[in-house]
Design a protein around this ligand. Structure first.
Ligand SMILES: Cc1cc2nc3c(=O)[nH]c(=O)nc-3n(C[C@H](O)[C@H](O)[C@H](O)COP(=O)(O)OP(=O)(O)OC[C@H]3O[C@@H](n4cnc5c(N)ncnc54)[C@H](O)[C@@H]3O)c2cc1C
Length: 410
């Protein structure tokens, strides 16, 4: 049995705790924001096993200029952040060539095809089934041109084993009668599901793990210092020695990698949500409007409208224009929506090639990284936790971890 510290109590960190404790380790999670205080709180809640198309893909060369200039664009770049972002952006564009994008999609599909295995047992043991809604996600296209433009990515999905069906305008209306009739086509993804409340899912999991012996430390880790026989953590509350540390701090993980001498180009694709309370009965499944870059998900407390991408780093200032766009676009799609109450900004942890980092630090085999899950960290959390436990145990992984190696950018 080893003493393992996990940094971060989101989908990745709590799943790592689950799998590590299953191996009999003594686990302590450190997180200043508590359970689900990061991106894991406010996401769209979809288990998106179909989401193997990374943001870095050849269409960015065609769409990026329009995205940057159009007021309707779900994509924004804060120009003042450009000098800091430039190295990431260059790598992102390099990763958007046909060859590299197809390689990333293939590597994502390896993870996604196993993603449910990362959760199956956890859901049963921790009594989490009550948060799961087994309705397929529906992607919508409001114009024939947009649907045509998506056809190459649909073919790639199909060739990578994603099962889906294309539905007509009439079928969209039959599936979701409250939607306004502006959608030409839709795609229904088989095997996808969603969470009625991502925060409650994680809080229930954390409570169950704590009953089984998990320790939660509500404080930030400031430094990690690999030693010959373990890792020393410096926290706001003092120092603590552990045999292993798993860095699962999402978009905040980059500093820990730097402390260990690993150069990992982690940045953030910021995303937003607004919440329409008490309106969940208007739709029966997550509905995504492809061109507008958002989902509407019928959750326990109302419809959550989540999406957009803003490149502006980790500062806490919200972009009111993107929140307004979410409100405007969601009301266009679903006219019965009234007034949103909550607005939220979250930080997707993103690498330029769209793949997470999962592997050991160069400085020490006792420092393990699992972060950078961009748009699909809820989906991949369970599996990533299992990978962390395999790395601590020295077990070989059931799939090749090379595409996710921390040193792949060297
Ligand atoms: C708008 C939006 C919609 C999304 N929709 C979906 C979706 O439908 N499906 C999907 O699969 N994914 C979705 N995602 C992505 C998903 O939410 C993230 O990929 C996922 O939450 C990342 O989980 P994580 O555990 O790596 O990080 P986080 O949940 O961000 O957790 C990291 C934790 O680290 C903690 N931390 C920070 N600094 C320190 C420190 N110094 N010491 C200790 N702890 C620290 C933070 O407080 C935080 O709690 C969405 C994201 C956004 C923003």
């Amino acid at each position: 049995m080893a003493k393992v510290a996990v940094l971060g109590a989101g989908f990745v960190g709590l799943s790592a705790a689950y799998w590590l404790m299953r191996d009999g380790h003594q686990v302590t999670i450190y997180d200043p924001a508590g359970v689900a205080g990061g991106a894991s709180y406010g996401n769209a809640g979809t288990f998106a096993s179909y989401a193997c198309i990374p943001v870095n893909n050849p269409s960015v060369f065609r769409d990026l200029p329009r995205f940057m200039l159009s007021p309707d664009s779900p994509f924004r770049l804060r120009w003042r952040y450009l000098p800091q972002l430039a190295p990431w952006l260059v790598r992102f564009l390099q990763s958007s060539t046909e060859r590299r994008y197809v390689a990333s999609a293939g590597a994502l599909s390896v993870l996604l095809s196993r993603a449910h295995d990362g959760y199956r047992e956890m859901i049963e043991h921790a009594d989490l089934e009550r948060f799961i809604r087994r309705s397929e996600c529906l992607y919508l296209y409001s114009g024939a041109a947009a649907f045509r433009a998506s056809e190459p990515t649909l073919s790639l999905r199909r060739s990578l084993g994603v099962d889906f069906s294309i539905v007509s305008r009439e079928q969209v209306q039959q599936l979701e009668p409250q939607l306004s009739p502006l959608f030409d086509r839709g795609v229904l993804f088989s095997g996808s599901w969603f969470l009625s409340d991502p925060e409650a899912f994680l809080k229930t999991l954390a409570a169950w793990l704590m009953q089984a012996g998990l320790r939660m430390e509500n404080c930030a880790v400031n430094n990690i210092k690999p030693q010959s026989n373990g890792v020393l953590l410096e926290t706001a509350a003092g120092s603590a020695a552990h045999d292993y540390v798993a860095v699962c701090a999402g978009a905040h993980s980059g500093g820990f990698a730097r402390q260990c001498g690993d150069r990992i180009p982690l940045d953030t694709e910021r995303g937003y949500h607004i919440m329409y309370p008490g309106s969940s009965n208007l739709i029966s499944r997550p509905v995504g409007w492809a061109e507008r870059g958002f989902y509407m998900t019928p959750m326990a407390h109302g419809i959550r409208v989540a999406g957009t991408v803003e490149l502006a780093g980790l500062n806490p200032h919200k972009h009111q224009g993107l929140l307004d766009l979410l409100q405007f676009s969601s009301k266009r799609a679903l006219p019965a929506l009234t007034t949103p109450t909550e607005s939220w900004l979250g930080f997707r942890p993103s690498l330029p090639d769209g793949l997470p980092v999962m592997g050991r630090s160069r400085a020490s085999a006792r420092v393990i990284y699992a972060f950078g899950h961009q748009h699909i960290g809820l989906t991949l959390g369970g599996l990533s936790g299992a990978v962390v436990a395999d790395l601590v145990a020295g077990r070989s992984s059931p799939f090749d971890l090379a595409p996710y190696a921390p040193d792949r950018f060297n």
